[in-house]
Design a protein around this ligand. Structure first.
Ligand code: NDP
Ligand code: OXD
Length: 310
């Protein structure tokens, strides 16, 4: 019942320490270490080489994702069939994302990028902004990450709404859902924050026709997935003034190629997919708790619904 680990970006030594402390009863090895692949029951992975989980591990019972988003895993046409995928839900991701959302919502709300441009040209010029209760912020996605961000935004007194796939109620947040609720949600949203998974239903949703339904000069923050956005439409909307600013953490191609025009656009803030990073200590604790559930004969929490894609 070995647990195998693969990630090109997460530190194996840290994860190994934490996992061995949390679940010493489960043998652990790195993907590249020699061993009997037939013994592997669990995989803990981020962007593993396509097709390899199926090719190597015939007795897999669960695939644990090191990230909250599982789009890349589910996109593998050779993902082992019938093996449940479990997504990452843990507190470092939640806290990190809420910091990111609060930081950039406040930056856009207070028109901080314009103040920074003024400083660069030695221009002393006050910009008056409304107070938070008069600023309408809209979250696309009110899941584990979106709901914590919404709690912080409502504590800052923003006027917050959410748009979700299924009806969602949260105190202090106006809820919209489904295709029927989208236009009303967009019409009232001055700062739009995308915190949705990338699925067949959300791919390319941040496009020209959606931007046209926002009030002119709205701000955009995308910390969900690059595949949600059409980059050329963002640039066109910024150039026409339909969008005032875009804060982008995620891109269709990562790292963002150096010749991509988003890098140098004056109204774009780029961050390198670091809105929230899975914590090795906190993440290992959650994986261990799930493995203990499995050893006790129960199902792990946070199993992905393959039909919904998240
Ligand atoms: P959850 O699964 O908890 O929440 C997803 C939310 O998106 C839910 O509210 C869901 O609606 C909504 N949603 C899904 N599909 C649709 C749709 N078709 N229309 C409208 N709403 C939809 O995910 P998390 O909050 O944990 O994570 C969200 C995403 O954030 C991840 O999938 C990942 O892509 C991204 N992420 C990015 C990171 C970064 O550093 N940039 C770090 C971590 C995650 P409903 O409530 O009805 O189910
Ligand atoms: C995630 C991510 O999905 O880091 O966890 O993007």
């Amino acid at each position: 019942m070995t647990l195998i680990f693969y990630s090109a970006s997460d530190r194996w030594d840290e994860w190994a320490d934490h996992l061995r402390r949390e679940v010493p009863e489960i043998p652990l090895r790195h993907w590249d270490e020699a061993g009997d692949d037939a013994d592997v029951s669990y995989a803990l992975v981020w962007n593993p080489p396509r097709g390899e989980l199926k090719r190597r591990f015939q007795n897999l019972e669960y695939i644990f994702s090191l990230g909250a988003g599982v789009d890349a895993l589910l996109d593998d046409p050779d993902l082992p069939t019938g093996v449940p995928v479990v997504r990452m839900v843990e507190e470092a991701l939640v806290i990190g994302m809420t910091e990111y959302v609060a930081l950039h919502t406040l930056r856009l709300h207070r028109r901080q990028p314009e103040l920074e441009a003024q400083q660069r040209s030695l221009d002393w010029h006050q910009i008056a902004t409304p107070l938070a209760p008069e600023r309408r912020v809209g979250l696309m996605g009110l899941g584990v990450l979106g709901s914590d961000a919404a709690t912080a935004l409502t504590a800052l007194r923003f006027d917050v709404a959410s748009w979700t796939r299924t009806p969602k109620e949260m105190p202090g947040v106006s809820g919209y859902h489904g295709a029927d609720g989208l236009d009303d949600f967009l019409a009232r949203t001055e700062i739009l924050i995308a915190l949705m998974p990338l699925t067949d239903n959300t791919r390319g949703i941040l496009n020209a026709s959606l931007f046209a339904k926002l009030p002119k000069g709205a701000g955009l923050i995308n910390a969900g997935r690059g595949g949600l956005q059409i980059e050329a439409d963002i640039i066109a909307a910024l150039d026409s003034g339909q969008l005032s600013e875009a804060v982008l953490d995620v891109f269709s191609t990562e790292p963002l190629p150096t010749d991509n025009p988003l890098w140098t656009h004056p109204k774009v803030t780029i961050t390198p997919h670091n809105a929230a990073l899975t914590g090795s200590a906190t993440g290992a604790r959650e994986v261990a708790a799930n493995l203990k559930r499995v050893l006790a004969g129960a199902q792990p929490h946070n199993i992905v619904n393959p039909n919904a894609g998240y």
